[in-house]
Design a binder for this molecule. Structure first.
Ligand SMILES: NC(=O)c1ccc[n+]([C@@H]2O[C@H](COP(=O)([O-])OP(=O)(O)OC[C@H]3O[C@@H](n4cnc5c(N)ncnc54)[C@H](O)[C@@H]3O)[C@@H](O)[C@H]2O)c1
Length: 368
């Protein structure tokens, strides 16, 4: 495959970030678009000279278009399941945005459909922070044993746009029906992925989810309407190799634009990475001259760790699959952790992933 012909579904805010990256790549062309909003189609069709016959109001028609080699799905969360299912049924490679689905049941069904196919469709879930160079570098340093065994970790993902003073009106991210959960689905999913990517699988969690702003203005009627979705989430977790973690996420963190940070406390050193400084990491380690003292160093991330998310996706389509690319399997595992966190918060107790999994299987078997 020399040129890859792309169809994009969902032409809102995040699609522009992906389009900017595509514009810098060779041999990739956007040839079809889909959105339920005609103006959104019009804007992007004009930008890429896309003819009327490749402008679809129905995403299923774009997916079944034989000229489209791969799909980028960038819609609100309530459409992820249907679009991924349609891609799997049409054997169309796809990149779908996070969170993978709204519920674990949706993720479970997609995983079954994926496994039923011997020739599995190439897939990516948009866990974009795997492509922050400092996160990739930190992962290698951990794997090389530079920090020794990991004792515990701290992960936080903070934004501020939910604060009352920002007067953000009601939107789909505040609707449980559309988004699944609130900040947990929106930002927490990235924290879960960062932890799975860096340290391995989750084993058990306890959690608290909280709604901080209970009313927002409906932009259509100007009336205040109630919102019951979480905009703060905190959880404690044990991951494999007995790594313990403290996680917090919020859309009410004054001064935080888009701040995903991970601090890793190992027996022989501590590393901190932040998406706000993708090309550097902070490393505290023993001073070689005075080993009982530590030194704090700022490290520049070697260039070999720089790789774009979509570049990785397109390389996979061309047959070059890099280890660590976030696939449908990562989406499935992520959704399982998210729903265990949700349940742990509701029931105010520690729940193991194993317990959540076996209860879910029992419920399904009971229903069949
Ligand atoms: N990976 C990241 O870091 C990151 C960042 C931002 C958003 N996202 C994800 O991207 C997705 C989109 O977020 P956004 O901020 O661009 O939202 P948005 O509301 O700005 O845009 C969504 C677009 O999808 C369209 N749409 C809705 N239903 C559709 C359907 N059935 N068929 C076709 N189009 C449809 C809407 O009309 C809109 O144009 C979300 O799932 C979000 O979680 C990921």
């Amino acid at each position: 495959m020399t040129e890859i012909r792309i169809g994009i579904i969902g032409l809102g805010g995040m699609s522009y970030s992906h389009m900017e990256h595509i514009d810098k790549l060779q041999d990739v062309r956007i040839i079809a678009v889909s959105d339920t909003n005609a103006e959104a189609i019009e804007r992007v069709a004009r930008r890429y000279n896309i003819p009327k016959v490749k402008q679809y109001s129905d995403y299923a028609e774009l997916i079944s278009d034989q000229d489209v080699d791969a799909v980028l799905s960038i819609t609100p969360n309530d459409v992820h399941y249907e679009i991924v299912k349609c891609c799997l049924l049409h054997k169309k490679p796809f990149m779908t945005e996070k969170p993978f689905t709204r519920t674990f049941q949706e993720a479970f069904e997609l995983n079954q459909l994926f496994d039923a196919d011997t020739n599995q469709v190439p897939s990516m879930v948009g866990y974009s922070y795997r492509y922050v160079a400092s996160f990739r570098y930190a992962r290698d340093l951990i794997r090389q044993g530079k920090l020794g065994p990991i004792r515990h970790v701290f992960v936080q993902y903070l934004q501020e746009w939910g604060l009352p003073m920002k007067e953000t009106p009601m939107n789909w991210r505040y609707s449980r029906e559309i988004s699944g959960t609130g900040v947990l689905a929106d930002l927490g999913t990235h924290m879960v992925d960062a932890a799975r990517y860096l340290f391995g699988e989750f084993e058990e969690v306890s959690a608290m989810l909280k709604n901080l702003v209970s009313q927002r203005r409906d932009p259509n009627t100007n009336q205040m309407i109630s919102v019951d979705i979480d905009d703060f989430g905190g959880f404690l977790a044990t991951l494999e190799n007995d790594v313990t973690g403290v996680f917090q996420t919020s859309r009410n963190a004054y001064g935080s634009g888009n701040q995903l940070e991970v601090t890793i406390y190992g027996e022989k050193g501590t590393i901190s990475v932040s998406c706000e400084n993708p090309e550097q990491l902070t490393w505290i380690r023993p001073n070689l001259d005075h080993p009982s003292n530590s030194v704090k160093e700022l490290h520049r991330v070697p260039y070999e760790y720089v790789i774009g998310q979509l570049q990785d996706f397109f390389d996979m389509l061309r047959g070059h699959l890099r280890e660590g690319l976030p696939t449908l399997k990562d989406g499935y595992a992520n959704q399982e952790v998210l729903e265990t966190i949700f349940q742990a918060a509701q029931e105010k107790r520690t729940i193991s992933i194993e317990e959540f999994r076996s209860n879910h299987l029992t419920t399904i078997q009971g229903a069949n």
